[in-house]
Design a protein around this ligand. Structure first.
Ligand SMILES: Cc1cc2nc3c(=O)[nH]c(=O)nc-3n(C[C@H](O)[C@H](O)[C@H](O)COP(=O)(O)OP(=O)(O)OC[C@H]3O[C@@H](n4cnc5c(N)ncnc54)[C@H](O)[C@@H]3O)c2cc1C
Length: 495
């Protein structure tokens, strides 16, 4: 029987992992990528002798990568190391460096004299997070739904004990268990990983505390996160998957209810039996397919995650006093959270995250130097259009960082790259520079998220952050499994 051909639009983690799954099942796969290199947001910047992770700097749910490798009949194509401590937290005006450990006793030590009975409270909190995780992961997250109705039928199977959590925020749930501001802030930080704040994220997502502190922890990749992409590309090469770079798809052609080909910016046309879109599932439907339900007006009304101001700094010294993953917080957590999605100018000081990739990956910086990656949550372009002040914000953060680590790094900078939400939008076609795509608001998850099969074209499917299940590296891997199931099901029905 002749192999069915598949064109995948986009070489992000969702696209390349779907490509490998399909190639391993006998499909003939070609990937078309807008940029000159694969990886999408999971990318790498090499400049002035330094190597930086461009986006993700760690991952959780390592077992999803293991399952992916098993299902593709390969060994995991990169080496990963568990982080311990997971990260450090620094509060402004306080010299203490909080070491966040997965080990509950070590973690509890940090709260001595601050939060009475921390360990006992933490155990009770994590037990609740664990039950949310185990009661929803298979039903809501790792599941394809045929319709909204089918989604609600599945939802009805979730233990009704969790219903009140739908009406509580992450912050409220954490506050039920802990009284100190320090415990509440540190434990709710993970809500920012979903692209919103603890004050507008449902308490259902406290399940992330379970994945972070108990179930699996966080992992780094030996040689930097981009090794994930390099490893998968090696496997794609062995499976004869071709990747065409600098190829942005702007048009589709169809016959009846099937796509016959897609066309890039240069007017070159690509045909296949099946098409999988890894470009943002909502943006592609709006901008390329011109769907009314995803018109500019309707896209703007959806709930999008925040933007990120990221910058990549090479310095000609090492920073032994700085850990690998670090959060620098101010003194106004609630006020900051309430403004960060709309207007950072009202915040006392930006909050930021710093990753020192060269700490454990010496090859990422010249000898005696350090590669620093900063992420600062900021409004996306819906709320802040001009980034003329990016340089000024970056300088403010570098001054604050220097003060807090007790070493002025500004005169030691030998490499500097800044990416604003406008750059993120332009580079990866992210809607208004929203870093994680559509938010995980209850109205936009599961059967309510843009589907992973097209509403009109029977041979077009979607994979990645703005379709099911959502954003983050393990979710991209799960998304590739769900999209592959759709493709296989379609192929069976259509010979
Ligand atoms: C700053 C930042 C930090 C992050 N940190 C973490 C982290 O630490 N851990 C974690 O798990 N997750 C993290 N994430 C989230 C994670 O990066 C994403 O959820 C994930 O990489 C998304 O993968 P994807 O395949 O869905 O999409 P993408 O990576 O966006 O891939 C889509 C691809 O499609 C291409 N494309 C778009 N339009 C077209 C077109 N028309 N034609 C052809 N190609 C097209 C794009 O160029 C891109 O390569 C972070 C994200 C950001 C922005």
């Amino acid at each position: 029987m002749q192999k069915k051909s598949v064109v995948i639009i986009g070489a992000g983690l969702g696209g390349i992992s779907t490509a490998l799954r399909l190639a391993k099942q006998g499909y003939s796969v070609q990937i078309l990528e807008k940029n000159a290199q694969a990886g999408g947001r999971l990318n790498q910047i090499k400049k002035d002798g330094f190597t930086f992770d461009a986006g993700p700097s760690f991952f959780s749910m390592s077992y999803e990568f293991e399952a992916f490798a098993r299902e593709c009949n390969i060994s995991i194509p990169f080496d990963f190391i568990e982080l311990d401590p997971l990260y450090t937290v620094h509060f402004a005006g306080n010299d203490k460096i909080w070491q966040i450990h997965k080990n509950p006793q070590l973690f509890a030590q940090q709260f001595e004299g601050i939060e009475a009975d921390f360990e006992k409270k933490f155990e009770a909190y994590i037990a609740e997070c664990s039950s949310i995780f185990h009661d929803t992961i298979d039903i809501v997250i790792k599941h394809n739904f045929s319709s909204k109705f089918a989604y609600f039928i599945e939802l009805a199977k979730v233990n009704p004990y969790h219903i009140p959590k739908l009406f509580r925020t992450f912050w409220q749930q954490v506050s039920k268990h802990f009284t100190s501001q320090e415990a509440r802030q540190i434990i709710s930080l993970v809500a920012f990983f979903l692209g919103k704040t603890p004050f507008d994220t449902s308490s259902i997502y406290t399940l992330l505390s379970y994945t972070e502190f108990k179930h699996d922890g966080y992992y780094n990749v030996q040689g930097g996160m981009y090794q994930i992409v390099i490893g998968i590309l090696r496997e794609l090469d062995k499976a004869n998957v071709n990747i065409q770079y600098n190829t942005e798809i702007t048009k589709v052609e169809y016959i009846g209810n099937k796509i016959s080909s897609v066309t890039d910016k240069q007017g070159i046309t690509y045909t296949a039996d099946i098409f999988v879109v890894n470009a943002d599932a909502a943006v592609f439907r709006g901008k390329v397919l011109q769907r009314k339900a995803y018109s500019e007006k309707k896209l703007a009304r959806k709930d999008w995650t925040m933007g990120y101001l990221t910058f990549y700094i090479g310095i000609n010294t090492t920073l032994p006093q700085v850990h690998h993953h670090n959060y620098f917080l101010g003194r106004n957590y609630k006020e900051y959270s309430n403004h960060v999605l709309e207007d950072i100018s009202t915040s006392e000081k930006p909050y930021y995250y710093v990753n020192v990739v060269s700490k454990y990956n010496k090859e990422c910086a010249p000898e005696g130097c350090e590669s620093l990656f900063f992420v600062c949550p900021v409004p996306n372009l819906l709320n802040k259009q001009s980034w003329d002040d990016a340089e000024e914000i970056v300088t403010g953060i570098l001054q604050d960082f220097s003060k807090r680590i007790g070493q002025d790094i500004i005169p030691l900078i030998v490499s500097k790259t800044i990416c604003t939400p406008a750059n993120w939008e332009q580079q990866y076609n992210l809607y208004k520079g929203s870093g994680l795509g559509l938010s995980h608001a209850i109205k936009q998850i599961g059967g309510l998220r843009p589907r992973n099969y097209d509403e009109v074209f029977k041979n077009m499917f979607y994979v990645g952050a703005s379709t099911v299940p959502g954003a983050g590296l393990p979710m991209a891997i799960i998304s590739s499994k769900l999209a592959t199931e759709r493709v296989v099901e379609y192929s069976k029905k259509n010979g």
